[in-house]
Each structure stands twice: as structure tokens, then as C-alpha cells.
Design a protein around this ligand. Structure first.
Ligand code: G3P
Ligand code: CA
Length: 383
């Protein structure tokens, strides 16, 4: 996309690009006028607030992540956007898991019939032993139950172990459509392709499958209530050729290199991508970046927050919005100056940390406890 055609970031955030006339028709008529489904509640009629709160893996601070229970709670809390991470099954379905290794987030180890599926694999250069989604059909995966990833830190969440299955992405699209109709406003999704090069190498490319589902559920347009995201820029480039849904390039630590760069022999690291030149390159195929919070406000050697970098200014100057990750209320995840007491699993001064992050001008934030982030966002908009 050339500079002149690049959508303004406020446009991407959901301005009424469909036009007031169609919007006034109501959700179903607006969708019909455009010849397709609309995600449940009309297109382009709801602007996201700034800063927007993105429920990270659902309300994962309170429920086992990536379950319909975690997504529902996040939506009920009022989260502006709900995140999904996607990996494939053996029979080519997309399911919502943070990684293809499901050892730590399901009860797979308790199923004797799957004992023989345990395997050791190398994923993006890291050797992992466990059970992997690509070795299960969707029907087999559906016999498993989701469990809490960090029971030591979030023991209350284990109350819900076994309550929900691993959702297929299509199930989530249907849920979002239902909830959108019921609430008469779109349910925004933020959808990440996980390990896209790895899966393409296995013949399970994610992007075409994702694009098919986005089209089927009317989330393939530039004004769809949806963001796509990936740590591999080539995955977002590929998506840009398949659908018009807005895209966000995730950026890990400055010294890291996207796995697709490693495979292609591209020497650039994230430090190169956050330069003005790197951001200019990203803006050719994406509408935003999702940097780690440390790239926005680095932590000093003593763990306290330092001075903000110029990343917000530099990205906005190129029309890119910023959705940094991940805000978590527990002391162990907070910068040292916002920890309270000695218990690493107790909540610290999350409001103080959120105030500091929102003060940089970011457009949204991924948060495990969306209710806290929503209150902080409200405070910030009032200040
Ligand atoms: O996608 C934004 C954030 O979720 C990235 O981190 O590892 O939780 O997917 P991760
Ligand atoms: Ca993610």
C-alpha cells in the first residue's frame, strides 16, 4: 500500500467508513447492502475508544486462557477487543491456543489414549517435548478440557479447570456473531497467527485458512471490527494479499529476530524494525505495531520504569497505531516501582503502571485483567 493510500490510524480504529446511510439501516440491512455477513452487528459503525483495552487471551487473569469462558467474561466486563491466538489441527482446522504445545493448558496428559502422541519437536529453533495440536484432529482435541496455565500465580482460576474445551476459531467467530447481534454492536477480535512459517513447512499454512473464515464471517474488510497480528511480518504481508482486514506487526525484545527473518537469512532484528526506516517498511503492509511494553517504556537496570522511547511518536508519524503487550496486575509482572509488598503473586499498583503506559499516547493495550485496564483507561480519558 502506497503512502497516499495508507489509512489514517483513526480510520483503522473504526470510524464510520461505511457511511451514515447504510449504518442507519441497522446491522442486518447494512450487511445485506454489502452482500455479506458482518460479524454480527453492522460494519464500520463503532469507533474503538483510545486507549482501547484488548483482553489478552480473553480475561485470562480470571479464567483459563483461550476458552469461551475467558472470552465471555472479557466481553461482559466491557473489554473493547478480545484476543485469539491461532494454531492448526492435523485436519486443518484453526483452534485457539497460545502455542501448538498443549501440555500446559489442557488435560491431555491425563488421557491414556493419547500417551503415544507425546513427541519432541523443534519449533522456531526451540526443542519442545509435549503434545501438539497438529497431531490431533479437531474431534480428538475436543475430547480434552482446558486448564489454567499458571496455577501457582492464579490458583483461583483452577476452579474452572475442565469446564471448557479448546475452542475452534470458527466457534469463536460464531460466538462473536451471536454476541454482536445480542448487543447490537460488533465484537472486536484481535487474531494472531502463531508460528506461521513452521506450520507452512508442515503443509498447514495458516493464512489461507484464516482468510477463508474471515470472508465467511464478514471480517475481511478494511472496516471490519477485527485486527490481525503476527510476530512474523511475512505472515501479515501474506494476509494483506488475501484480505483487507487491518494488520499489526508484533515486536518482541529489541535483540530478537522474527523467525521468518531467520529462515530467510534476513539479518534485521526488532531493533532495526523500530527505527524510522523499519517502521516505514512495516507501514507498507500493516496498519499498526504491537510492541512489547519495554519498547515503549524501557525498564532500568533496577527494574523501575525509565523514560519513554520515541516509538509512539515515530510510529504515529507513519500512520501506525500501537497496541503494546502485556499488562498483568501481579507484582511479578510489573515494573519494580509499581510492586506492592513481598508476595510476587499479589496485585501491585496496576493503576499506576497503566497510567504511565497510557501517558505515552499508545492506542490500546493487551491486558490479562481487562476490568482494571478499562477503569484506568476511563481515568486517563477524564484526566
Ligand atoms: O499478541 C499480543 C501478545 O499476545 C503477544 O504475546 O505471546 O501472549 O501471544 P503472546
Ligand atoms: Ca497473542
Amino acid at each position: 500500500m502506497g503512502q497516499a493510500q495508507r489509512p489514517d490510524r483513526r480510520t483503522v480504529l473504526g470510524a464510520a467508513v461505511l457511511g451514515a446511510g447504510a449504518a442507519a439501516l441497522g446491522p442486518a440491512a447494512a450487511a445485506a447492502a454489502d452482500g455479506g455477513r458482518d460479524g454480527g452487528a453492522g460494519r464500520g459503525r463503532t469507533a474503538l475508544p483510545v486507549p482501547a483495552v484488548i483482553a489478552h487471551r480473553g480475561a485470562s487473569g480470571y479464567r483459563p486462557e483461550h476458552t469461551l469462558g475467558a472470552y465471555q467474561l472479557a466481553l461482559d466486563m466491557g473489554a473493547d477487543v478480545i484476543e485469539q491466538d491461532l494454531v492448526p489441527t492435523r485436519d486443518g482446522h484453526l483452534v485457539c491456543r497460545h502455542e501448538n504445545d498443549i501440555t500446559g493448558t489442557t488435560d491431555v496428559a491425563d488421557h491414556p489414549r493419547f500417551a503415544g502422541r507425546k513427541a519432541t519437536k523443534t519449533v522456531d529453533g526451540t526443542e519442545i517435548t509435549g503434545w501438539f495440536t497438529e497431531d490431533f484432529t479437531l474431534a480428538e482435541l475436543k475430547t480434552l478440557r482446558a486448564t489454567e496455565r499458571i496455577p501457582g500465580t492464579r490458583p483461583d482460576n483452577t476452579l474452572y479447570d475442565g469446564r471448557w474445551t479448546v475452542p475452534s476459531f470458527e466457534e469463536v467467530l460464531r460466538w462473536a456473531e451471536r454476541e454482536g447481534r445480542r448487543r447490537r454492536r460488533p465484537v472486536w477480535l484481535h487474531i494472531e497467527t502463531k508460528h506461521p512459517s513452521h506450520f507452512r513447512g508442515l503443509g498447514l499454512g495458516l493464512e489461507e485458512r484464516l482468510a477463508r473464515l474471515l470472508r465467511r464471517y464478514g471480517r475481511h474488510r478494511a472496516d471490519s471490527p477485527t485486527f490481525l497480528q503476527s510476530f512474523e511480518p511475512s505472515s501479515m504481508e501474506r494476509m494483506s494479499r488475501l484480505v483487507r482486514t487491518p494488520r499489526v506487526v508484533l515486536l518482541s525484545s529489541a535483540s530478537s529476530r522474527p523467525w521468518d527473518f531467520t529462515e530467510a537469512g534476513d539479518p534485521r532484528t526488532v531493533a532495526d524494525l523500530v527505527t524510522p526506516e523499519g517502521l516505514e517498511w512495516i507501514s507498507g503492509f500493516a496498519q499498526g505495531i504491537g510492541p512489547t511494553l519495554d519498547l515503549v517504556v524501557p525498564r532500568r537496570a533496577d527494574g523501575r520504569l525509565g523514560e519513554p522511547t520515541t516509538l509512539v511518536r515515530d510510529a504515529h508519524a507513519r500512520g501506525l497505531l500501537l497496541h503494546p503487550y502485556t499488562m498483568r496486575n501481579e507484582n511479578r509482572f510489573l515494573p519494580a516501582d509499581f510492586r506492592r509488598g513481598a508476595d510476587p503473586d499479589a496485585y501491585g499498583d496496576a493503576f499506576g503502571a497503566l497510567r504511565a503506559y497510557f501517558g505515552t499516547g499508545i492506542d490500546g493495550i493487551f491486558a490479562d485483567q481487562p476490568d482494571t485496564a478499562l477503569l484506568a483507561a476511563e481515568d486517563f480519558r477524564r484526566s
